[in-house]
Write a protein that binds this ligand. Structure first.
Ligand code: SF4
Ligand code: SF4
Length: 223
């Protein structure tokens, strides 16, 4: 899922300092799971902004709505009846949701309440780790299900750099060396010989360096 972290409330307030009424829009997708932009966080942020502005002597009116997903236009229709009087929309979704709202309401000032961080998952309560760099050419079948693109800070694809000590990464001792993990897992699976095979060049043309990517499913588009 997409992991996001809410911005400092002072920074959010500054983005709407000229507004008298704002609509806060949460998302029931990834940002609910990582506890940064769901219904609960949306209501808390709305209350906090109201209190801040009241204390500053410049009251702010708020309304709230949490979409099933902000990255899907079909779930944004209910907002049509809510945006009218708002001077601005504060999106608590990832950067995708913010852009969908800005596109749908071109005459509205739409601002992000979140910093969108990475694709990852929970590793313990209250902690999320990056797991995938969305490279477009997955090689996990060759690396024991452990991603060297992201979990090795140097993104080395053909074995360790030589700086690994006692299973830890030389860049950050708090991080396990991805290639040690890959070696250990391939050994446990009896597949070490796979690591000696010459690998084909990774197809970076599918990564994001060439600009925004598209995923087409023509079987669905034709319907
Ligand atoms: S190889 Fe690419 S697609 Fe696969 S997990 Fe790593 S970054 Fe993600
Ligand atoms: S020590 Fe391991 S994880 Fe760290 S940069 Fe070198 S190969 Fe990558």
């Amino acid at each position: 899922m997409i992991i996001a972290r809410q911005k400092n409330i002072k920074d959010i307030a500054a983005m709407v300092e000229d507004c008298e009424k704002v609509l806060l829009v949460g998302c029931a997708g990834c940002v609910t799971v990582c506890l940064s932009g769901g219904e609960k966080e949306t209501e808390i942020l709305a209350s906090a902004l109201r209190i801040m502005r009241k204390l500053a002597g410049k009251p702010l009116a708020t309304s709230t709505y949490t979409a099933t997903r902000q990255c899907d236009p079909e779930f944004l229709t209910p907002l049509d009846g809510l945006v009218g009087e708002a001077d601005a929309i504060i999106s608590l979704a990832c950067g995708v949701g913010v852009q969908y709202l800005a596109e749908k309401y071109p005459d509205k000032w739409v601002v992000p309440a979140q910093d969108t961080l990475f694709a990852g998952g929970a590793t313990e309560h209250g902690r999320w780790d990056e797991k995938c760099g969305l490279c477009g050419d997955c090689i996990l079948h060759r690396t024991g299900g452990i991603c060297p693109v992201i979990r090795c800070p140097k993104s080395i694809l053909n074995g360790p750099c030589g700086g690994s000590q006692h299973g830890r990464c030389e860049i950050d001792k708090d991080v396990a060396c991805a290639w040690q993990l890959i070696y250990d897992r391939m050994k446990a699976l009896g597949r070490l010989q796979d690591l000696t095979a010459v690998q084909p060049l990774k197809d970076w043309s599918k990564a994001r360096d060439g600009g925004p990517r598209k995923a087409l499913r023509e079987d669905l588009m034709a319907r």
